[in-house]
Design a protein. Structure first.
Length: 128
């Protein structure tokens, strides 16, 4: 597992069905942010879906403006732009890239240490 501490993980998703939510291909255009909390043993203890309401979806602000107040320890994405990645990195939040399709799979990959941390070279692409 990546960490032996309680973690709050945010994942941009296409729908609001908890662990079965589909991960959005691009962070900034996701209709929802699914927040998953896991305990020290890796058990899911809380799931919440929050409507994105960013400027890409007719709202106000960028994705990081909506996610930073949620207090994530980590973010799991299929794709993210450079500016968003830099905002999270400067806040000390790790961003992981995944090819997983649903939240449950991404969380399992994170817990087993099989996700790679996202770097600038991945920006503008998604992992399929």
């Amino acid at each position: 597992m990546v960490s032996q501490k309680k973690m709050r993980i945010v994942i941009p998703t296409e729908d609001d069905v908890g662990l079965n939510s589909r991960i959005s291909d691009h962070f900034g255009r996701a209709p929802y942010f699914t927040v998953v909390e896991i305990d020290e043993q890796g058990n899911v203890i809380r799931i919440e879906s929050i409507p994105s309401k960013t400027e890409h979806l007719g709202g106000v602000g960028k994705g990081p403006d909506k996610v930073l107040p949620l207090g994530p320890d980590a973010i799991i994405v299929r794709g993210m732009g450079f500016r968003a990645l830099e905002r999270f990195k400067s806040a000390g939040i790790k961003v992981y890239i995944t090819s997983a399709i649903i939240v449950r799979e991404a969380i399992e990959l994170l817990k087993s240490g099989k996700l790679e941390e996202m770097f600038e070279s991945y920006c503008g692409e998604n992992i399929s």
